[in-house]
Design a protein. Structure first.
Length: 289
Protein backbone atom coordinates (compact mmCIF):
# COMPACT_ATOMS: atom_id res chain seq x y z
CA UNK A 1 0.00 0.00 0.00
CA UNK A 2 1.30 3.53 -0.74
CA UNK A 3 2.52 5.49 2.26
CA UNK A 4 2.40 9.07 0.98
CA UNK A 5 0.57 11.42 -1.39
CA UNK A 6 2.26 13.75 -3.84
CA UNK A 7 0.74 16.96 -2.47
CA UNK A 8 2.68 19.14 -4.93
CA UNK A 9 0.08 18.37 -7.60
CA UNK A 10 -2.55 20.08 -5.43
CA UNK A 11 -0.46 23.18 -4.74
CA UNK A 12 -1.24 26.24 -6.84
CA UNK A 13 1.66 28.04 -8.46
CA UNK A 14 1.85 31.81 -7.92
CA UNK A 15 0.68 34.02 -10.75
CA UNK A 16 -1.13 31.29 -12.67
CA UNK A 17 -4.79 31.33 -13.63
CA UNK A 18 -6.83 28.76 -11.73
CA UNK A 19 -9.27 26.50 -13.55
CA UNK A 20 -11.07 24.26 -11.04
CA UNK A 21 -12.47 22.08 -13.84
CA UNK A 22 -8.96 20.67 -14.20
CA UNK A 23 -9.02 19.29 -10.64
CA UNK A 24 -10.84 16.02 -10.05
CA UNK A 25 -12.79 16.13 -6.75
CA UNK A 26 -12.81 12.30 -6.66
CA UNK A 27 -9.03 11.92 -7.13
CA UNK A 28 -7.48 9.40 -4.70
CA UNK A 29 -4.14 8.63 -6.37
CA UNK A 30 -1.98 6.75 -5.49
CA UNK A 31 -4.66 4.89 -3.46
CA UNK A 32 -7.26 2.75 -5.19
CA UNK A 33 -9.48 2.45 -2.11
CA UNK A 34 -9.57 3.36 1.57
CA UNK A 35 -8.42 -0.12 2.62
CA UNK A 36 -5.74 0.22 5.26
CA UNK A 37 -5.74 4.01 5.21
CA UNK A 38 -7.10 4.35 8.77
CA UNK A 39 -3.89 2.86 10.19
CA UNK A 40 -1.85 5.14 7.95
CA UNK A 41 -3.77 8.19 9.17
CA UNK A 42 -3.22 7.11 12.79
CA UNK A 43 0.54 6.84 12.20
CA UNK A 44 0.53 10.21 10.49
CA UNK A 45 -1.32 11.96 13.30
CA UNK A 46 1.10 10.48 15.85
CA UNK A 47 3.93 12.07 13.89
CA UNK A 48 2.00 15.33 13.82
CA UNK A 49 1.75 15.24 17.61
CA UNK A 50 5.55 14.94 17.89
CA UNK A 51 6.08 17.90 15.56
CA UNK A 52 3.54 20.11 17.34
CA UNK A 53 5.32 19.43 20.63
CA UNK A 54 8.59 20.61 19.06
CA UNK A 55 6.83 23.69 17.67
CA UNK A 56 5.49 24.50 21.14
CA UNK A 57 8.79 23.84 22.91
CA UNK A 58 10.82 25.97 20.51
CA UNK A 59 8.36 28.88 20.72
CA UNK A 60 9.66 30.62 17.60
CA UNK A 61 7.25 29.89 14.73
CA UNK A 62 3.48 29.81 14.55
CA UNK A 63 1.49 28.04 11.84
CA UNK A 64 -1.88 28.98 10.38
CA UNK A 65 -4.02 26.64 8.29
CA UNK A 66 -6.99 28.23 6.52
CA UNK A 67 -9.75 25.89 5.32
CA UNK A 68 -12.27 27.15 2.77
CA UNK A 69 -14.94 25.21 0.90
CA UNK A 70 -18.53 25.05 -0.21
CA UNK A 71 -21.01 23.77 2.37
CA UNK A 72 -20.87 20.01 2.78
CA UNK A 73 -17.27 19.67 1.64
CA UNK A 74 -16.11 18.20 4.96
CA UNK A 75 -14.18 20.98 6.71
CA UNK A 76 -15.46 20.03 10.16
CA UNK A 77 -14.76 16.36 9.50
CA UNK A 78 -11.20 17.05 8.33
CA UNK A 79 -10.48 19.21 11.37
CA UNK A 80 -11.96 16.62 13.72
CA UNK A 81 -10.03 13.63 12.34
CA UNK A 82 -6.71 15.30 11.53
CA UNK A 83 -6.21 18.35 13.72
CA UNK A 84 -8.35 17.93 16.83
CA UNK A 85 -6.07 15.14 18.06
CA UNK A 86 -3.03 17.40 18.22
CA UNK A 87 -1.60 18.72 21.44
CA UNK A 88 -4.36 20.99 22.84
CA UNK A 89 -1.87 23.39 24.42
CA UNK A 90 -0.38 24.02 20.97
CA UNK A 91 -3.52 24.05 18.80
CA UNK A 92 -6.44 26.45 18.37
CA UNK A 93 -9.47 26.04 16.10
CA UNK A 94 -11.60 29.04 15.16
CA UNK A 95 -14.83 28.87 13.16
CA UNK A 96 -16.00 32.09 11.53
CA UNK A 97 -19.70 32.38 10.80
CA UNK A 98 -21.63 35.46 9.69
CA UNK A 99 -20.03 38.58 11.24
CA UNK A 100 -21.59 40.22 14.28
CA UNK A 101 -22.62 43.88 14.41
CA UNK A 102 -19.38 44.67 16.24
CA UNK A 103 -17.28 42.86 13.66
CA UNK A 104 -19.03 44.69 10.82
CA UNK A 105 -17.85 47.97 12.34
CA UNK A 106 -14.21 46.96 11.71
CA UNK A 107 -12.17 46.31 8.58
CA UNK A 108 -12.87 43.06 6.71
CA UNK A 109 -9.86 41.20 8.16
CA UNK A 110 -10.11 42.40 11.76
CA UNK A 111 -12.03 39.55 13.37
CA UNK A 112 -9.67 36.93 11.92
CA UNK A 113 -6.46 38.79 12.69
CA UNK A 114 -7.42 38.98 16.37
CA UNK A 115 -7.36 35.16 16.45
CA UNK A 116 -3.93 34.57 14.90
CA UNK A 117 -1.92 31.81 16.61
CA UNK A 118 0.74 32.78 19.12
CA UNK A 119 4.34 31.65 18.66
CA UNK A 120 4.67 27.93 19.22
CA UNK A 121 1.05 27.24 18.30
CA UNK A 122 -0.99 26.03 15.34
CA UNK A 123 -4.12 27.96 14.38
CA UNK A 124 -6.87 26.45 12.23
CA UNK A 125 -9.36 28.81 10.62
CA UNK A 126 -12.62 27.15 9.56
CA UNK A 127 -13.50 29.83 7.00
CA UNK A 128 -11.64 33.13 7.24
CA UNK A 129 -11.20 36.61 5.82
CA UNK A 130 -11.44 34.97 2.39
CA UNK A 131 -15.20 34.97 2.88
CA UNK A 132 -14.94 38.70 2.16
CA UNK A 133 -13.83 38.05 -1.42
CA UNK A 134 -16.13 35.06 -1.89
CA UNK A 135 -19.52 35.38 -0.17
CA UNK A 136 -19.35 39.17 -0.18
CA UNK A 137 -18.69 39.07 -3.91
CA UNK A 138 -21.43 36.61 -4.82
CA UNK A 139 -24.01 38.18 -2.51
CA UNK A 140 -23.96 41.99 -2.80
CA UNK A 141 -26.10 42.43 0.33
CA UNK A 142 -23.20 41.08 2.42
CA UNK A 143 -20.89 43.81 1.16
CA UNK A 144 -23.64 46.40 1.64
CA UNK A 145 -23.86 45.44 5.34
CA UNK A 146 -20.20 46.32 5.93
CA UNK A 147 -20.86 50.07 6.20
CA UNK A 148 -18.15 50.95 3.69
CA UNK A 149 -18.23 54.47 2.23
CA UNK A 150 -19.89 54.33 -1.17
CA UNK A 151 -16.79 55.72 -2.87
CA UNK A 152 -14.82 52.64 -1.72
CA UNK A 153 -17.31 50.13 -3.15
CA UNK A 154 -16.02 50.45 -6.68
CA UNK A 155 -15.34 47.80 -9.31
CA UNK A 156 -11.73 47.76 -8.06
CA UNK A 157 -12.67 46.56 -4.58
CA UNK A 158 -11.92 42.85 -5.18
CA UNK A 159 -8.48 43.45 -6.68
CA UNK A 160 -7.78 45.89 -3.87
CA UNK A 161 -8.76 43.26 -1.30
CA UNK A 162 -6.57 40.67 -3.02
CA UNK A 163 -3.68 43.11 -2.70
CA UNK A 164 -4.48 43.73 0.97
CA UNK A 165 -4.58 39.99 1.67
CA UNK A 166 -1.27 39.35 -0.08
CA UNK A 167 0.36 42.20 1.83
CA UNK A 168 -0.96 41.07 5.21
CA UNK A 169 0.07 37.46 4.61
CA UNK A 170 3.54 38.59 3.51
CA UNK A 171 3.82 40.71 6.66
CA UNK A 172 2.80 37.76 8.84
CA UNK A 173 5.31 35.52 7.08
CA UNK A 174 8.10 37.99 7.88
CA UNK A 175 7.07 37.72 11.51
CA UNK A 176 7.26 33.96 11.79
CA UNK A 177 3.69 32.97 10.86
CA UNK A 178 3.69 30.12 8.33
CA UNK A 179 0.44 30.13 6.31
CA UNK A 180 -1.08 27.32 4.26
CA UNK A 181 -4.52 27.66 2.64
CA UNK A 182 -6.66 24.65 1.78
CA UNK A 183 -9.66 24.58 -0.57
CA UNK A 184 -11.67 21.38 -0.17
CA UNK A 185 -12.84 20.73 -3.71
CA UNK A 186 -16.14 18.85 -3.49
CA UNK A 187 -18.19 18.11 -6.60
CA UNK A 188 -21.71 19.42 -6.94
CA UNK A 189 -23.05 15.87 -7.15
CA UNK A 190 -21.30 14.80 -3.93
CA UNK A 191 -22.51 17.91 -2.16
CA UNK A 192 -26.10 17.01 -3.16
CA UNK A 193 -25.62 13.46 -1.84
CA UNK A 194 -24.35 14.75 1.50
CA UNK A 195 -27.18 17.26 1.83
CA UNK A 196 -29.75 14.51 1.24
CA UNK A 197 -27.98 12.31 3.77
CA UNK A 198 -28.27 15.06 6.35
CA UNK A 199 -31.97 15.47 5.66
CA UNK A 200 -32.66 11.74 5.92
CA UNK A 201 -30.57 11.08 9.04
CA UNK A 202 -32.17 12.52 12.23
CA UNK A 203 -28.74 12.73 13.89
CA UNK A 204 -27.43 14.94 11.07
CA UNK A 205 -30.41 17.19 10.33
CA UNK A 206 -29.06 19.90 12.62
CA UNK A 207 -26.20 20.38 10.14
CA UNK A 208 -28.55 21.35 7.33
CA UNK A 209 -29.57 24.94 6.68
CA UNK A 210 -32.17 26.11 4.17
CA UNK A 211 -29.54 28.66 3.08
CA UNK A 212 -27.45 25.73 1.82
CA UNK A 213 -29.93 25.25 -1.02
CA UNK A 214 -29.90 28.91 -2.07
CA UNK A 215 -26.11 29.00 -1.98
CA UNK A 216 -25.98 25.86 -4.07
CA UNK A 217 -27.91 27.67 -6.83
CA UNK A 218 -24.99 30.09 -7.06
CA UNK A 219 -22.48 27.27 -7.57
CA UNK A 220 -20.97 28.64 -10.79
CA UNK A 221 -20.63 32.12 -9.32
CA UNK A 222 -18.82 30.70 -6.31
CA UNK A 223 -16.48 28.62 -8.45
CA UNK A 224 -15.54 31.71 -10.45
CA UNK A 225 -14.98 33.68 -7.24
CA UNK A 226 -12.78 30.91 -5.81
CA UNK A 227 -10.75 30.65 -9.01
CA UNK A 228 -9.99 34.35 -9.09
CA UNK A 229 -9.33 34.64 -5.34
CA UNK A 230 -6.96 31.68 -5.22
CA UNK A 231 -5.17 32.70 -8.40
CA UNK A 232 -4.60 36.20 -7.03
CA UNK A 233 -3.47 35.20 -3.52
CA UNK A 234 -1.50 31.97 -3.90
CA UNK A 235 2.13 32.91 -3.19
CA UNK A 236 5.33 31.03 -2.45
CA UNK A 237 5.04 31.97 1.22
CA UNK A 238 1.29 31.39 1.58
CA UNK A 239 0.20 28.91 -1.10
CA UNK A 240 -3.23 27.48 -1.82
CA UNK A 241 -3.89 23.75 -2.13
CA UNK A 242 -6.91 22.37 -4.02
CA UNK A 243 -7.66 19.09 -2.23
CA UNK A 244 -10.09 16.49 -3.65
CA UNK A 245 -13.00 16.30 -1.20
CA UNK A 246 -15.41 13.70 -2.61
CA UNK A 247 -13.72 10.96 -0.55
CA UNK A 248 -13.29 12.11 3.03
CA UNK A 249 -10.70 9.48 3.90
CA UNK A 250 -8.42 10.77 1.14
CA UNK A 251 -8.97 14.41 2.11
CA UNK A 252 -7.90 13.62 5.67
CA UNK A 253 -4.77 11.80 4.55
CA UNK A 254 -3.76 14.59 2.17
CA UNK A 255 -4.43 17.28 4.76
CA UNK A 256 -2.39 15.42 7.39
CA UNK A 257 0.52 15.15 4.99
CA UNK A 258 0.37 18.86 4.14
CA UNK A 259 0.47 19.67 7.87
CA UNK A 260 3.52 17.44 8.33
CA UNK A 261 5.29 18.93 5.32
CA UNK A 262 4.54 22.43 6.59
CA UNK A 263 5.94 21.73 10.05
CA UNK A 264 9.02 20.12 8.54
CA UNK A 265 9.59 23.16 6.33
CA UNK A 266 10.61 25.24 9.34
CA UNK A 267 13.59 24.66 11.59
CA UNK A 268 12.08 22.70 14.48
CA UNK A 269 14.34 21.33 17.19
CA UNK A 270 14.44 20.90 20.92
CA UNK A 271 15.76 24.20 22.30
CA UNK A 272 19.12 24.07 24.04
CA UNK A 273 19.05 24.49 27.78
CA UNK A 274 20.59 27.58 29.29
CA UNK A 275 23.12 27.24 32.09
CA UNK A 276 20.54 28.51 34.57
CA UNK A 277 17.94 26.02 33.34
CA UNK A 278 20.40 23.12 33.67
CA UNK A 279 21.14 24.17 37.25
CA UNK A 280 17.40 24.30 38.01
CA UNK A 281 16.88 20.81 36.61
CA UNK A 282 19.80 19.38 38.56
CA UNK A 283 18.37 20.89 41.73
CA UNK A 284 14.90 19.47 40.99
CA UNK A 285 16.40 16.04 40.34
CA UNK A 286 18.30 16.18 43.64
CA UNK A 287 15.12 17.02 45.57
CA UNK A 288 13.22 14.16 43.99
CA UNK A 289 15.73 11.55 45.16
Amino acid sequence: MPTRIDTKRFRLQPGRRVDLSRYNPADTAPFESDKGTRKLLNRTTRKLLELTELLYAQNRWSVLFILQAMDGAGKDSAIKHVLRGLDPKATDVHTFGPPSARELNHDFMWRCLTELPERGRIGIFNRSYYEEVLVARVRPEVLEAQHLPRALRSKRIWKERFTDIRNIEAYLGRNGVVIRKIFLNVSRGEQRRRFLERLEDPSKRWKFSVNDVSERRRWNEYMSAYEEAMGATSTLEAPWYVLPADNKWFTRLALAQIVIETLRSVDLHIPELTHRRRRELREAKRRLR
